[in-house]
Design a binder for this molecule. Structure first.
Ligand SMILES: Nc1ncnc2c1ncn2[C@@H]1O[C@H](COP(=O)(O)OP(=O)(O)O)[C@@H](O)[C@H]1O
Ligand SMILES: [Mg+2]
Length: 227
């Protein structure tokens, strides 16, 4: 599903965010990405979503070689992905329902499909009663469940979550990861960045640790790398 071959990223100001990273993630895996602030975790995810392009190396996502992807093809790549952010990024003027419906309209879904799908997705995250609320009327945990519903509504093959529990209290963050787990069991590949060791410990999934731009530990092979 995802292949990084000797990938490096140097930002235009000279910061080297990733150094010679190689990694393979299979379809259907659930991977926690951990590491200190500034280690390169978000950069790693942004290279997958094509928000940033690598300075060196090759990245394959699905069947796509990202270095060969034209700018105009990026929206098509993103259709296979759902993204969840630490700061939720909901549209404050829209209701919960409309936030999710909007994500479907953007990719050309019909009104009929939207009417059928949105209630189903809301029930999946247990927010059917909040459909007509605005984001400010919800708790952090509820807002993040809306974020998750929006990420899932177009049935992505890959779910990318950058510290999705960073603004949610600890007990609710277990609920969020529980949901990600259920989604993963239905076949979606999940990559999640987190700082919370309690989550990583509890859920017992593959853990990739990034330090100073390099992968220093990967529980799938227990082989430390120091490039
Ligand atoms: N757009 C950018 N321009 C320049 N430097 C950046 C940019 N984004 C991130 N960085 C730097 O790259 C390094 C890795 O950042 P990031 O991937 O955001 O780390 P993490 O998500 O692990 O906290 C940091 O030193 C950060 O300051
Ligand atoms: Mg980050």
């Amino acid at each position: 599903m995802i292949e990084f071959q000797n990938v490096s990223k140097v930002y235009s100001n000279g910061t080297q965010a990733l150094k010679n990273v190689s990694l393979h993630v299979d379809t259907g895996e659930f991977v926690f990405i951990v590491g200190q602030s500034g280690a390169g975790k978000s950069t790693f995810l942004k290279l997958i979503t094509c928000e940033e392009r690598p300075t060196a190396g090759e990245i394959v996502v699905g069947e796509q070689k990202l270095t060969q992807l034209k700018r105009s093809e990026i929206p098509y790549l993103r259709r296979m992905m759902g993204m969840v952010f630490q700061d939720f990024r909901l549209i404050s003027k829209m209701t919960v329902y409309d936030n999710i419906a909007f994500a479907m309209h953007v990719v050309g879904a019909s009104s009929r499909e939207v009417r059928k799908r949105v209630p189903y997705i809301l029930s999946l995250v247990d927010l059917q009663d909040k459909a007509q609320c605005h984001p400010r009327e919800l708790s952090g945990g509820e807002q993040q469940r809306v974020g998750l519903a929006r990420a899932l509504v177009n049935n992505p093959r890959l779910l990318i979550a950058d510290e999705p529990t960073g603004n949610v209290d600890p007990t609710l963050s277990f609920e969020i990861v529980d949901l990600l787990n259920q989604i993963n069991k239905r076949g979606t590949t999940v990559l999640m960045v987190t700082h919370q060791h309690s989550l990583v410990k509890h859920f017992q999934r593959r853990v990739v640790e990034i330090k100073n731009g390099s992968i220093v530990a990967d529980s799938c092979n227990w082989e430390a790398r120091h490039d």
